[in-house]
Design a protein around this ligand. Structure first.
Ligand code: URA
Length: 425
């Protein structure tokens, strides 16, 4: 099709029409090749954000993005394959204990992951704080580790959904991220291309998440579950609370340390609860009858963690890096912590060096925030609330500015809010 067809596609969506299968297939393929310009795709993404897509358009858009690259063939792996994807939150280190735990129960977990951008950390950044660990594997190494160890967390190669790689970078700088059809097709094209037979989605809701309201999170979850089913991937979603950080730490090595506590049978109760809930969903989707709590208790999950880290060059026994400087923030009054804002803590951790502003920036392994209290806890005036960790003390001021008005201390006890808000299948 000639170049002006891009304009026809943009105008059709601008005027509220549904795009045809041919238009969608063409525009995704031509954009991947470079025949549709970034400014044209940006205009189309904005028209989609404003006017939406029907379920049929979203399904076709996803299929076209999968078809822009390779779909991994995991048929050589004898165990059932199942993956997890989180839409991203603050302190969300769940993949770290979860992947080895599910592998210890008999499924295989192929997880192609990303680095963090903005206030949510990336799983690869967290694992890279382990001395020697490397994120890049060849397809052959990936498959061998999946068969031998049962769990692989590594960087996605350039061959998976290249249309999404280009489009996501463009959306990031054109104010077009927050569209449910575009988010759903972006996430699901990568996850379906990864080749896993089953997928559990952790869709975050609240201040620290993409989706601030339960209704939009539910719509995103339903869209993704339907896309998975349409492509033969058994998909279940949990809606989980992200109004406050998960666990007691946000930052790369800090989160690895907390994950090790969970694998050792301890760790913060919310991290343990979500790890077990997601593990149960993954095992059920994979058709494996096992109780993951047993594998945490008896150390089998920790054994798989060690094997998984060592297989990628990491030293599971090496001390984790720590930041050079710390700064303690104390409570100004006595009472009950009634709110601790996830977004503020995420931005503070980012400004301390745990995250990056541009994708080529380095991250600090030791930087981040440690929580000394969670919403619902009683606090006394003068007691530590948060501990900031950074290599460079000049970073504390901007992190403290992010934490301005980040919590409330009240007189009355809080009704506990559930961590798992809904399940969509
Ligand atoms: N994560 C993705 O991979 N894509 C989106 O569009 C949003 C979050």
């Amino acid at each position: 099709m000639p170049e002006q067809d891009a304009v026809d596609v943009i105008i059709a969506k601008r005027d509220g029409a549904a795009l045809s299968d041919e238009q969608i297939d063409w525009v995704i393929a031509a954009y991947t090749r470079g025949d549709v310009a970034d400014e044209q795709m940006a205009a189309l993404a904005m028209a989609i954000l404003l006017n939406g897509m029907t379920d049929a358009e979203t399904a076709r858009w996803t299929a076209a993005m999968i078809a822009s690259g390779e779909r991994l063939d995991l048929s050589a792996v004898t165990r059932p394959t199942v993956d997890k994807h989180s839409t991203g939150g603050v302190g969300d280190k769940i993949t770290l204990p979860l992947a080895p735990l599910v592998a210890a129960c008999g499924a295989a977990v192929p997880q192609l992951s990303g680095r963090g951008l903005g206030h949510t950390g990336g799983t690869l950044d967290k694992l890279e704080s382990i001395p020697g660990w490397r994120a890049s594997l060849t397809n052959a190494e990936f498959l061998a580790q999946l068969s031998d160890v049962g769990a692989v967390v590594c960087a996605a190669g350039d061959g998976l959904a290249p249309a999404d790689r280009k489009l996501y970078a463009l959306r990031d700088v054109t104010g077009t991220v927050e569209s449910i059809p575009l988010i759903a097709s972006s996430i699901m094209s990568k996850k379906i291309a990864e080749g896993s037979s089953a997928l559990v989605l952790d869709v975050k809701v609240g201040a620290g998440a993409f989706m601030k309201a339960a209704d939009s999170a539910r719509e995103l979850a339903q869209t993704m579950v339907a896309l998975g089913a349409a492509h033969g991937v058994r998909t279940v979603a949990l809606l989980t609370d992200m109004s406050t950080p998960l666990g007691l730490s946000a930052g790369n090595a800090l989160e690895v340390r907390e994950s090790l506590e969970v694998l050792a049978g301890g760790g913060p109760p919310d991290v343990v609860e979500l790890t077990l809930a997601l593990a149960r969903e993954m095992l059920s989707c994979a058709g494996v009858d096992a109780d993951p709590a047993d594998a945490l208790r008896d150390g089998r999950a920790m054994d798989v963690w060690r094997a998984m880290i060592a297989a990628q060059g990491g030293d599971p026994a090496a001390p984790l890096p720590t930041a050079r400087e710390t700064h303690v923030v104390t409570a100004a009054e006595t009472g009950v912590l009634t709110r601790l804002d996830a977004m503020a803590v995420g931005v503070a951790a980012w400004r301390l060096g745990a995250g990056r502003a541009r994708k080529e920036d380095p991250v600090s392994a030791g930087a981040g925030v440690v929580l000394h209290a969670k919403p619902g806890d009683a606090v006394r005036a003068g007691q530590p609330l948060l501990e900031l960790h950074a290599d460079d003390p000049a970073r504390f001021d901007r992190a403290l500015a992010a934490l301005d008005d980040a919590w409330d201390i009240g007189g009355a006890a809080l009704a506990p809010t559930p961590l798992i808000l809904d399940r969509i299948s």
